[in-house]
Design a binder for this molecule. Structure first.
Ligand SMILES: Nc1ncnc2c1ncn2[C@@H]1O[C@H](COP(=O)(O)OP(=O)(O)OP(=O)(O)O)[C@@H](O)[C@H]1O
Length: 910
């Protein structure tokens, strides 16, 4: 994937947001209503009042600015800016357009030149054309190598001799002066040779001569066997000899571009530049303070160096023996982790050096193996990240093997320059540029993640992607408390690479916000404080009090503790872990309980809510159905009153018709006589008319009776309260009675027919026995029906009596409240009913005294029969009398016979 130069700053974390804050993307432009941008975007990361260079003495001594015991390091990472001078050629090309201006010691102002991309976007109102950056210190083009060394690396060398670990790395666009800054050119030696010279001057007379102690892995030391020592000596001598041979052959060597590995020049101008230096030529004043006054008394020092590069994400040992003999078979190195998970370069060559000269020669030998190539920007461009490490072994002579050993390290990393991939015309260069930008991008992401974690301690930490590139993996320790790091940003003031320079500065702006990670010493101090604290079980950590003085322990390293103390520390830490785990479990249990109780509350609330809703709905439904019932009752009442009215009208119509007929019937008397057939016809018609009239009279009488009964019923229906209920019950009973009577009537008719047929049979003297049986059965049925009738009559009498009582009560109530208008009763339309109501009590008494069959109500139940059922009374001739009814009458005149005797009587008769 081809990455553009801007990618190192394009980290996916929150620095994008901050960049957006730094560099607003809205502006009023071309009449569009955009908010106006400030003229300058202030990319100023170091404006908060955190200590930076305060208390330099303390910071130099320990590498930390301690804010009380147990507090973490808050010293910002140092980010220096170095501006290289323009060359003559560049000036002639018109590259000097004043786009880089130093405002003060720590502030830089960038102004976009006309042709730059930034200016184009600024003209469109998307970004600003001016940017302000802050740095720990800015070094202009006039700064000499010595001045730069004094301000940056000098203190680092001192720190390393004090036992600290330090990293310095250069970052910038290609051809911006990174290699120049680190290694120098000609007599202008860079930081590294100066640091080496300074180191050995300080260690004069304190060097450990033997080669039997060697740094291995992450920061361990191994005691070498004599045979191994010999191998080490041979390796060292061969490297030094090789350098001497090459130096002697140097005269007349041309810069043959592609004679090195993979088409890269290994013996290029850069090597010759260093060779020109010949020896470590340092100004006398730079090393004026050469004495090792700060060094611990009695400690001897052994210096070992290594030099490797990361090229296309592969690690190559630049001090590998005789690489020139097998130029195309470079062995790649692997990264490994030690038991504590610290990364280290496996099988890396470490060479012991005893002087600055030797170190210089080793560096020079390594430079020959480094990957350089000519690019469009730099003829001798570093195509790899080169890492030169100096390990200082602090050896206490009186101590046993390795026990009092301490290691400190100074690492100088010359990063490959960031550049635009698209501008590389060579495929190999393009691939290199990709890899360079990828690793730089990862470095940017790591720095951004570290910065995020430091600034957002309350939030979960972001994973720092150290493992995403080899570069960040090998430098990881310096960002995680193993030591401190400093960054040198190199820029080229050429207008043509303004956009790249801007991106590099934005990248560095993130780094300026970093503070150093908590030192491993802080962790040691924490462990030691645990050892000193009571452990809770009465076993107090006393080992340290016996072993170490407190001040020594505070500044000491974990390797200073003996095995017993370390074991005790492990025990204490285990107990601490256990305690914290238990605390967390209790906390979790509490949280769970709280959650459960809250959930229960919620559930109870929901239950209550549902019950209320249910009640409300039930009440609503009840109300609705009550309304429906009321409506139904109302409609029924209306319907039945309508029915009654219609029937009244029919009766009236019939009466009127009858009257008419009557009038019409009286007319024929005046007709002439003499016409016999017509008279007989008239007579027949008159007979029929009489018959009809009789029938009509009978109907009228019946209708009248029914009307009265209906009116009475209506009145009873209108009686409020329990009377209505009783009336309903009475109605039901009446209906039942009517049904029974209807059935009875049918049975009687059937029996009458049977009797007729029996009479006929008797006359013919056939089937006598059968007839007798039939008569017996008929007699039994009659007895039963009589009983039923009597029961029904009694029930009806009771119901009527009850109704009358209620009516009387109501009438009394009405009488006691004469002033109130009659509301529950409508005025009777017939005088009969009025009379009845006016003397209700008397009427009811009268009705009660009457025999049941005489009552009009009962009459209505038997419309086809005459109410003549009387015991011991005279017979009355009635029309339509059936044989059975005659028999029944004859039986009813005498007291009711027993079911046994009646058949005999009947048998006697027939
Ligand atoms: N401060 C300076 N004073 C004088 N010359 C300088 C300075 N900085 C850089 N130069 C010159 O600029 C040129 C490029 O420098 P250098 O090779 O160090 O760039 P670089 O950033 O390492 O490039 P690359 O990333 O491609 O390796 C060299 O010729 C060097 O001598």
């Amino acid at each position: 994937m081809a990455l553009s130069l801007s990618s190192p700053c394009g980290c996916p974390s929150d620095e994008d947001e901050e960049m957006a804050v730094f560099e607003s993307t809205a502006a009023e432009h071309g009449g569009l209503s955009r908010p106006r941008l400030p003229e300058i975007s202030v990319i100023s990361p170091g404006l908060d009042p955190r200590p930076t260079t305060a208390e330099p003495k303390l910071a130099v001594k320990s590498g930390l600015v301690r804010q009380g015991s147990g507090e973490e390091n808050t010293e910002r990472v140092k980010v220096y800016l170095r501006i290289r001078p323009l060359t003559e050629t560049e000036r002639e090309r018109g590259e000097e357009q004043g786009c880089v201006a130093v405002q003060d010691e720590g502030t830089l102002l960038l102004k976009a030149p006309k042709e730059s991309q930034n200016m184009r976007t600024a003209e469109r109102g998307i970004t600003q054309s001016m940017h302000k950056f802050s740095f720990s210190k800015i070094f202009g083009p006039e700064t000499t190598q010595q001045q730069f060394y004094e301000s940056t690396m000098k203190t680092m060398v001192k720190d390393v001799l004090q036992g600290e670990n330090r990293l310095l790395y250069t970052y910038g666009v290609t051809n911006s002066g990174k290699t120049y800054t680190i290694q120098g050119s000609g007599r202008e030696t860079g930081l590294l040779p100066r640091a080496l010279a300074s180191l050995f001057r300080k260690l004069q007379g304190r060097l450990y001569g033997a080669m039997d102690l060697k740094p291995v892995m992450y920061q361990d030391v191994r005691q070498l066997e004599p045979g191994e020592v010999r191998v080490e000596e041979i390796r060292r001598n061969s490297l030094l000899k090789e350098d001497e041979n090459l130096t002697s052959r140097r005269v007349g060597t041309t810069t043959n571009g592609d004679s090195g590995f993979g088409g890269l020049s290994s013996t290029s101008n850069i090597a010759s530049q260093l060779e020109d230096t010949d020896s470590v030529c340092l100004e006398p004043d730079s090393l004026s303070h050469s004495g090792g006054d700060d060094l611990e008394e009695g400690v001897q020092f052994s210096i070992w160096v290594s030099f490797y590069e990361i090229y296309n994400e592969f690690l190559y040992d630049l001090l590998d023996a005789s690489p020139s003999l097998q130029p195309r078979k470079r062995v790649t190195l692997r990264l490994s982790d030690d038991k504590q998970g610290n990364p280290y370069v496996k099988d890396l060559t470490w060479i012991q050096v005893r002087s600055a000269e030797e170190a210089w020669k080793i560096l020079r030998a390594g430079r020959r193996n480094q990957s350089f190539a000519s690019t469009h920007l730099n003829q001798n461009s570093s195509r790899s990240h080169s890492i030169f490490s100096i390990r200082v072994l602090h050896i206490r002579p009186e101590a046993d093997s390795g026990q009092a050993m301490h290691i400190s390290e100074l690492t100088v990393c010359d990063l490959a320059g960031s550049e635009r991939c698209k501008e590389q015309r060579n495929g190999e260069r393009m691939k290199e540029a990709n890899n360079i930008n990828t690793s730089l991008l990862t470095l940017g992401r790591c720095i951004a993640a570290l910065r995020h974690n430091q600034n957002n301690k309350s939030r979960p930490p972001q994973v720092v992607p150290f493992r995403d590139s080899k570069l960040t993996r090998v430098l990881q320790g310096f960002f995680c408390g193993r030591g401190t790091s400093s960054m040198v940003v190199n820029i080229n003031p050429c207008a043509s690479i303004y956009d790249e320079t801007l991106q590099a500065l934005k990248f560095s702006a993130i780094a300026t916000q970093l503070v150093h990670g908590p030192s491993t010493k802080t962790r040691v101090a924490y462990i030691l404080s645990l050892l000193r604290e009571p452990t809770g079980n009465g076993n107090e950590g006393t080992v340290l009090e016996e072993e170490e003085d407190e001040s020594d322990v505070e500044d000491g390293d974990i390797t200073m503790l003996n095995t017993e103390a370390l074991l005790q520390a492990i025990d204490v830490l285990k107990r601490e872990v256990q305690r914290q785990r238990e605390e967390k479990e209790i906390l979790e249990a509490n949280v769970r309980e709280q959650v459960v109780s809250e959930m229960m509350e919620v559930i109870t609330g929901m239950q209550d809510g549902f019950s209320e809703t249910l009640e409300a709905e039930r009440a609503l439904i009840e109300e609705r159905y009550e309304d429906k019932i009321t409506n139904l009752q109302k409609h029924l009442k209306k319907f039945y009153s309508q029915e009654l009215k219609e029937r009244d009208q029919e009766i009236e119509a019939l009466s009127a018709a009858l009257e008419k007929n009557k009038e019409a019937g009286s007319g024929p008397t005046s007709e002439p006589q003499g016409d016999a057939p017509r008279r007989s016809q008239r007579l027949t018609a008159q007979t029929e008319l009489c018959k009809l009239r009789a029938e009509l009279d009978q109907c009228r009488a019946e209708l009248l009776t029914k009307t009265q009964e209906l009116i009475k019923l209506k009145m009873q229906l209108e009686v409020p309260g329990s009377t209505g209920t009783l009336t309903g019950a009475a109605d039901r009973k009446l209906e039942e009675g009517q049904r029974n009577l209807r059935q009875l009537r049918l049975d009687l008719q059937r029996l009458g027919l049977d009797l007729q047929s029996g009479e006929r049979a008797c006359c013919r003297n056939t089937g006598g026995e059968r007839l007798r049986q039939a008569l017996n059965a008929a007699d039994e049925t009659l007895v039963k029906q009589d009983q039923i009738l009597v029961e029904l009559q009694n029930g009806l009498i009771l119901v009527k009596a009850d109704l009358r009582r209620k009516a009387d009560t109501l009438a009394q109530t009405q009488a006691t409240r004469p002033q109130l208008p009659p509301s529950g009763f409508s005025a009777p339309t017939t005088p009969g009913s009025c009379k009845k109501r006016g003397c209700g009590a008397a009427a009811s008494c009268d009705a009660e005294n009457r025999p049941p069959q005489k009552r009009p109500f009962f009459q209505s139940l038997f419309p086809t029969r005459t109410p003549t059922r009387k015991y011991n009374t005279c017979p009355v001739e009635e029309p339509n009398v059936t044989p059975y009814s005659r028999i029944l009458r004859s039986r009813q005149r005498s007291p009711p016979p027993s079911p046994v005797t009646t058949p005999r009587t009947l048998r006697g008769k027939y």
